[in-house]
Design a binder for this molecule. Structure first.
Ligand SMILES: *Cc1c(COP(=O)(O)O)cnc(C)c1O
Length: 404
């Protein structure tokens, strides 16, 4: 399939709406992506034709729903090249997956063990580890970054020791767009016997990670950033970890046998999937993966890189504009204009129909590093156009004129 941007845009009903009298220019894709008709249809189809609870009914609807849900899991397994389908655990999203792993390590970590996180993490990849350290007496250490917004790998190597038990890094930073060298990070961590969790919430809409090739221990992501619905995601965990970690929540679906004396747990993945899951969400996640693969990740990456290059060049023509995150990166442009608060820019460009994010982007430590209150962030998806970049640049120029 060739990359036909006009045809792709027609798949997204929301892209034809107006905001404040202007055509919507949606550049907040790092917060959540828009949904194509194919994904919306899969949701309507489920609730219209085969809504039922899964894994327990013998009746036809339950079997159809179970088949669809499990075939979505299979699709996700194939997409990410996991070794086994039961290494894919459905979650409510990235945050849920991280908390599940952090909880699992409560009994494994001991006092004075060390956990390394990067300086550019999302709050959801900082707070659960701080809570884990409080429970276990382990220490949290930070892998520093430089002015470019790139992790300093020499410092990372120095921090690693036999005390390091876990390393947590995002694949792509939502605030800066930096693509982290996770292959090297994983390899170095394994040399000292530490496990690695990669937060892929921001990466999976841009690139296609290969879990076996990466040899990653845990990888989490959310469907809603990849054209799927909110409230569903996956946690990949290597089988050995799946067997080692205790269940996170107790309830239906996760048990083998229950008596008041003793309960035994179900095998993977059900051990970690207590209660009725987001059935429709899982099925729609599968539809989203099909949709993205039909376009092709190579084409997506190429188009997004063109948008990034063009936006960077045009925005930098504006006097006093500074971009944060200038290393190896994906289609996120985080910027400020000297003397103007990011919130004021966001408000004015919204009046012109343009959706950008302003603030700390759930990554306050990055803002502290640069000594700024926040940034304006434009984040591009494959359905954005060069004309939309022009609209953004013109709106930012207008905002600058009005505010200075
Ligand atoms: C969005 C995001 C999260 C949180 O994802 P949820 O879907 O809100 O759980 C975590 N990390 C990064 C890098 C993100 O971009």
């Amino acid at each position: 399939m060739s990359f036909n941007i006009q045809k792709i845009r027609e798949d997204f009903p929301i892209l034809s709406r107006k905001v404040n009298g202007y055509p919507l220019v949606y550049l907040d894709n790092a917060a959540t992506s828009q949904k194509p008709q194919q994904v919306i249809d899969s949701i309507v189809d489920y609730y219209s034709n085969y809504n039922a609870n899964i894994h327990r009914g013998v009746h036809t609807l339950s079997q159809e729903a179970t088949d669809a849900y499990e075939s979505a899991r299979q699709k996700i397994k194939t997409h990410f090249n996991a070794k086994e389908v039961y290494e894919i655990i459905f979650t409510a999203g990235t945050t849920h997956g991280i908390n599940l792993v952090a909880n699992g390590f409560s009994d494994i970590l001991k006092k004075d063990d060390e956990i390394l996180v990067s300086a550019m993490e999302h709050h959801s990849n900082i707070v659960p580890w701080q809570m884990l350290c409080d429970r276990t007496g382990a220490d949290l250490k930070v892998i520093p970054m430089n002015e470019e917004g790139t992790l300093i790998m020499e410092e990372y190597a120095k921090l690693l020791s036999e005390r390091t038990k876990l390393v947590f890094v995002n694949h792509i930073s939502n605030a800066l767009g930096t693509i982290n060298p996770i292959e090297e990070i994983i390899q170095k961590a394994h040399e000292v016997g530490a496990a690695v969790l990669i937060d892929g919430a921001q990466s999976c809409s841009h690139i296609k990670p290969d879990f076996q090739k990466l040899d990653v221990d845990f990888y989490v992501t959310s469907a809603h950033k990849m054209c799927g619905p909110t409230g569903v995601g996956i946690l990949f965990m290597k089988e050995e970890w799946g067997n080692k970690l205790p269940p996170y929540q107790g309830g239906g679906e996760m048990i083998a046998e229950v008596t008041f004396e003793k309960t035994t747990y179900a095998g993977l993945p059900h051990k970690f999937e207590a209660g009725t899951p987001n059935i429709c969400g899982g099925i729609a996640f599968g539809a989203a993966i099909d949709y993205l693969n039909a376009i092709g990740f190579e084409a997506i990456e190429q188009h997004e890189n063109e948008l990034l290059e063009y936006a960077t060049e045009k925005l930098l023509e504006i006097d006093g504009l500074k971009i944060y995150g200038t290393g190896h990166k994906t289609s996120v442009v985080s910027f400020n204009i000297e003397g103007i608060h990011p919130y004021d820019i966001g408000t004015i460009v919204d009046k012109l129909g343009i959706a950008v994010r302003t603030g700390h982007h759930c990554a306050q430590p990055i803002m502290d590093f640069y000594k700024i209150p926040g940034t304006v962030r434009a984040s591009f998806a494959f359905y954005n156009t060069m004309e939309e970049v022009d609209a953004l640049v013109n709106a930012v120029k207008k905002a600058k004129y009005m505010l200075s």
